[in-house]
Design a protein around this ligand. Structure first.
Ligand SMILES: *[C@@H]1O[C@H](CO)[C@@H](O)[C@H](O)[C@H]1NC(C)=O
Ligand SMILES: *[C@@H]1O[C@H](CO)[C@@H](O)[C@H](O)[C@H]1NC(C)=O
Ligand SMILES: *[C@@H]1O[C@H](CO)[C@@H](O)[C@H](O)[C@H]1NC(C)=O
Ligand SMILES: *[C@@H]1O[C@H](CO)[C@@H](O)[C@H](O)[C@H]1NC(C)=O
Length: 477
């Protein structure tokens, strides 16, 4: 007991002022939980509720702070948590009490703008059940917190496999459907191949086989988030997506850099906290690229493709909002449940482009989610792309909204690469185009009422790349 006492004393000395406040925290036995009801895209998040996710991971919580919380307040909060932990005898057992902070948009000139900074702070708390009943009531009283939610399992959207050709590329470069026997072409602006222009596409998925010859050396490994996992895509899903976004033969944007952000394990499962850490990585990488302005290149933006299905997650919604404020674009799969996309995250987010899937004859795919949270449709049935296997030239045809969202991620990368120079007459704001404005332009430029079997309240819009022709109309919307 002696060392324990000594350490406790030291702890009191260090954090004496917080001990008193911590000790008046009401002790509540049993945990109160309230579930946040499904919301529309524009609804405000309520604070001080614990959002209980489907497939919660026991004793793990994602906590997001309100905007403009100061770092000393966060440090004080962490100390409070340590004090509570300590008071309940967990001080010496680091395995039962762990804080993993997130900071989306750290260390940048943006953050000197003070109140207008979208910097988002939060953390993953891992503890044990004996502490949860003491910590949760405390968290619910703290007014610097925006969201508390249970950490949860996330999964790949399911897909089916069939052999076919990449009709999707043909479809997005014309206004009408693709016909059997038609000479299938993909028309795009060769200017988008300018090697000096850098647009980064981040694939938050199972990884990418970056050696695949279809990627022509443009693919690289960003980061592996799950613990004890390897820098390889053993699943193939991420490699397939990356191929639709930017491979030589199957890709929409044939010059984009493809960056693997492995947030899902090889079996396609993962955790919400790892997805948020993946977004944190992308935003911070994007801001570094903006600041560095690598000599001889012109950095024109970043896009994230996400086709991960999860329950309603206010923490993920906040992370995406912060990322888009920093200028990162998102294409998100609507999901394959034949249900309203507003019931799921991230497809419910107002800050992303949510993508439903269509088939060869322009029908809405029978599995595609729909509803007002869908922004647009893209080809998603029998989509040929890169895959994993014994050689670095494997291909496979897959079906799902996960195949539709990469068409949009690729299209965003394509438009970003062609965006008017900062000093051009078309660049009204004299800065890189924002996710909000680009999202609007992509919808306005889309082909209207081409898709059949689209339910009411779902926008009937098919993406369009402009056929490689003059895009002045697009930029002038
Ligand atoms: C990068 O540097 C070039 C040349 O110095 C400049 O024209 C361009 O605006 C810079 N881009 C960014 C994003 O700062
Ligand atoms: C793929 O690569 C392997 C090994 O290099 C080669 O034998 C095979 O012919 C290639 N397949 C195609 C379709 O190019
Ligand atoms: C986008 O990400 C989702 C989820 O990780 C994935 O299922 C889908 O295949 C990806 N699409 C592309 C084009 O990368
Ligand atoms: C594109 O079209 C617009 C109007 O149709 C025209 O004013 C402009 O000069 C064209 N730009 C190029 C590069 O051809």
């Amino acid at each position: 007991m002696k060392p324990a006492f000594t350490n406790f004393y030291l702890f009191l000395v260090l954090f004496g002022s917080t001990i008193v406040r911590a000790s008046i925290i009401p002790k509540v036995s049993g945990v109160n939980t309230e579930i946040v009801a499904p919301t529309n895209k524009n609804e405000e998040l309520s604070s001080h509720f614990i959002n209980v996710m489907k497939e919660s991971i026991p004793n793990e919580y994602i906590v997001m702070f309100k905007k403009n919380v100061k770092s000393y307040q966060i440090q004080a909060h962490f100390k409070h948590l340590q004090v509570i932990s300590n008071l309940h005898g967990k001080f010496f057992d680091l395995n039962t009490f762990k804080i993993e902070p997130f900071q989306i948009g750290r260390n940048t000139e943006y953050n000197q703008k003070g109140d207008s900074s979208p910097l988002l702070n939060g953390y993953l708390l891992k503890t044990d059940s004996s502490l949860v009943s003491h910590i949760l009531p405390y968290l619910k009283l703290i007014n610097i917190i925006e969201v508390i939610e249970t950490n949860s399992k996330i999964h790949l959207n399911k897909q089916t496999i069939q052999e076919d050709t990449p009709w999707g590329l043909t479809r997005i470069s014309k206004r009408d459907r693709v016909w059997i026997g038609e000479d299938q072409k993909y028309l795009y602006d060769m200017e988008s191949l300018n090697p000096k222009v850098v647009v980064n596409s981040y694939i938050l998925d199972t990884g990418i086989n970056i050696e695949h010859e279809q990627f022509e050396g443009r693919a690289s490994w960003g980061i592996t988030i799950p613990d004890n996992d390897n820098e390889f895509d053993y699943n193939g899903h991420g490699t397939h997506c990356a191929g639709v976004i930017g491979s030589r033969d199957f890709g929409v944007a044939k010059n984009t850099r493809l960056i693997a952000v492995k947030v899902l394990r090889s079996n396609g499962d993962g955790e919400m906290s790892d997805l948020i850490k993946g977004i944190e990585y992308v935003v911070n990488d994007h801001l570094n690229n903006l600041a560095q302005n690598i000599t001889g290149t012109e950095f024109k933006g970043s896009v994230i493709n996400l086709s991960i299905g999860a329950g309603k997650s206010p923490a993920l919604t906040l992370a995406i909002k912060a990322a888009t404020k920093y200028g990162v674009h998102f294409a998100v799969a609507a999901g394959n449940e034949q249900d309203d996309a507003c019931y799921l995250s991230p497809s419910d987010s107002e800050d992303v482009i949510t993508v439903g899937a269509t088939g060869f004859s322009d029908q809405m795919a029978f599995f595609s989610n729909y509803g007002p949270c869908v922004n647009i449709f893209a080809p998603g049935m029998n989509i040929m792309s890169t895959f994993i296997g014994p050689n670095n030239n494997e291909t496979l045809s897959l079906t799902g909204t996960s195949m539709a969202s990469p068409h949009v991620a690729g299209l965003i990368a394509y438009f970003l690469s062609l965006q008017p120079e900062i000093d051009s007459q078309y660049n009204v704001k004299k800065e890189l185009i924002s996710p909000e404005i680009l999202r609007e332009k992509v919808s306005k430029f889309a082909t209207k009422d081409a898709i059949y079997d689209v339910p009411e309240l779902t926008p009937n819009l098919m993406i369009f790349n402009g056929r490689g022709e003059n895009l002045s109309k697009f930029w002038n919307y």
